[in-house]
Design a protein around this ligand. Structure first.
Ligand SMILES: O=C([O-])CC(=O)C(=O)O
Ligand SMILES: [Mg+2]
Length: 387
């Protein structure tokens, strides 16, 4: 068996929303297909992947380096010892041939996108949902019930507090009991007003998390901490620059509630540095590393190993990104849950069509692979690329 083709297309996921750092008016994603010569249920097995929102499509890197290396490798070097399936770690090693360590940049997005497709193909060839394959590999019991929260609350031209409240109410109506909104894209006084509007809307029905997208310097991060700690927030996310571990550690002195960060750390070494130097507290804080931005699931397993060494439980991880790949990792390896964007980044984000959110939990259906075939709008664009 072998990989016979790797395809990439860069697709728009643009919208007029804005967080404290960027707008999404030109946002794109790379959609990739890893085509194999294996037939299952009368169909050629094709693995699919895409990168998470927030970083752009990686067509150049994928086509020039990472897909090219997969196709140039000796096919036998990419499969397992039994010769009956792909070996994602061997494929990962082939992609990373002649890449120096450090300076992770955005090649981690290109590799993470292809890694998603390789794991999708691997689980399909094994005839199992990825979350079950992962649980077996780790000697764990899969738990198809996964916590999900609704992310949104963006700044948007002309959006007033009533529109923000209506948005949050609509997430509650769709089964969520934790919602997230953006802060840091307005003055502290304005953000306080927005937060209070949402808190009064959701009352005791839900909890609110806030996300500053790395906008604040230390002084501003602390000024917000002093204001935010008066509210019963689910978490205070990405206050400062993602690589400023000293800022994060200093912030912990002013913010006794849960902090969250990690979506812009793209390697297990960066994650380890956060745990070593970022003052994050394993009893209450949350880690948001997103495999689709950070070299994929092969690397994410190394990140989880680093967590264990640092004394962190895997259920402190609630990945960024709202994709089914992280849902599988959560269900297979016991993460604390996953992000979800009920109104954004379609058709890539979200759940298979049959899935309903109840009390902020979903149940994973038993679909082979990552489960893309269960989401009709998504599998349609995927098949246009490769089948
Ligand atoms: O607005 C973004 O870039 C997405 C984000 O931070 C999140 O989902 O936590
Ligand atoms: Mg965020």
């Amino acid at each position: 068996m072998r990989i016979v083709d790797v395809r990439e297309i860069t697709q728009p996921i643009a919208s007029p929303i804005r967080n404290a750092y960027i707008d999404f008016s030109k946002m794109t994603t790379s959609l990739v297909a890893v085509v194999t010569d294996v037939i299952r249920d009368g169909r050629r097995v094709v693995g699919y992947g895409f990168n998470s929102n927030g970083r752009y499509g990686q067509g150049g890197l994928i086509r020039e380096r990472f897909a090219a290396r997969l196709l140039e490798a000796d096919p036998k070097s990419l499969i397992n010892d039994a010769g009956d399936n792909l070996d994602p770690d061997r494929a990962w090693a082939a992609m990373m041939t002649n890449e120096k360590p450090g300076g992770h940049g955005e090649r981690s997005v290109a590799v993470g996108t292809l890694d998603m497709a390789i794991w999708d193909a691997t689980a399909k060839i094994a005839g199992k949902p990825l979350f079950r394959l992962l649980a077996e590999r780790h000697g764990l019991q899969a738990n198809p019930r996964v916590f999900v929260y609704a992310a949104g609350g963006y700044y948007y031209p002309g959006k007033d507090d009533d529109a923000l409240r209506a948005e949050m109410r609509s997430y509650l109506d769709r089964g969520y009991s934790v919602v997230k909104m953006k802060i840091g894209g307005a003055s502290l006084a304005e953000d306080r007003r927005r937060i209070e509007a949402v808190l009064s809307e959701i009352g005791g029905d839900a909890q609110l998390a806030v996300d500053a997208n790395g906008r604040f310097d230390l002084e501003t991060a602390i000024a917000y901490a002093k204001a935010l700690r008066e509210y019963p927030l689910f978490w205070y996310e990405e206050a400062g620059d993602p690589l400023d571990y000293a800022l994060q550690a200093a912030l912990a002195e002013f913010y006794p509630g849960p902090m969250a960060t990690g979506e812009n750390l793209f390697s297990h070494q960066d994650a380890r540095n956060l745990l070593r130097h970022g003052g994050m507290r394993p009893d209450r804080d949350w880690l948001q590393f997103d495999c689709a931005l950070s070299y994929g699931l092969c690397e994410y397993q190394r990140t989880l190993a680093a967590l264990k060494v640092a004394g962190w439980a895997w259920n402190r991880c609630v990945p960024h990104g709202g994709h089914q790949m992280s849902l599988n990792i959560a269900a297979g390896l016991g993460l604390g849950g996953n992000e979800s964007y009920p109104d954004l980044f379609q058709p890539y984000g979200g759940f298979p069509d049959t899935v309903r959110v109840e009390n902020s939990f979903i149940t994973m259906p038993d679909l082979p692979g990552i489960g893309f075939e269960g989401k009709s709008d998504l599998i349609k664009v995927m098949r246009e690329l490769a089948e």
